[in-house]
Design a protein. Sequence first.
Length: 73
Amino acid sequence: MKIFVKVKPRSKKDGVLKIDTAHFEVRTTSPSREGRANASVIEALARRLGVPKSKIEIIAGSKSRQKVFEILE
């Protein structure tokens, strides 16, 4: 399953907002340096979707605020 995520790094609070079935907005307090924001986004999505972090991969946009993730079965 692919999901599309808009990331807002260095936010005041962490949070995941579901826009529709395949689109999310993720806010993270982590800065977008050295992959810290990406790791925080994966952790937040794993909690929200109830899947292990190892089942979530970035397939596009690793250095962009617009990202595409693959949720592995």
